[in-house]
Design a protein around this ligand. Structure first.
Ligand SMILES: [Zn+2]
Length: 72
């Protein structure tokens, strides 16, 4: 799971790779950019943002499929 997350995580400030805490992180564990040390909030916030983003992307993909099938 961690590998999948890391592929999708880029620092909004420098575009560098954000290293997520892997040693049993809690919701309060801070997440930082490995390159510029930019704080990206806590692990809990980070995961909920990621879930929101994935849900939106899946929602958009489903909408796209529905539109396609409705035209036929
Ligand atoms: Zn950075």
């Amino acid at each position: 799971m961690t590998d999948v997350y890391q592929e999708q995580v880029k620092c909004p400030k420098c575009g560098g790779t954000v290293v997520l805490p892997t040693d049993k992180p809690t919701d309060d564990t801070p997440v930082k950019c490995a390159d510029c040390n930019q704080s990206l909030g806590t692990f809990g916030e980070f995961i909920s943002n990621m879930k929101k983003r994935i849900a939106e992307e899946i929602g958009n993909a489903i909408k796209g499929c529905e539109n396609m099938s409705l035209k036929n």
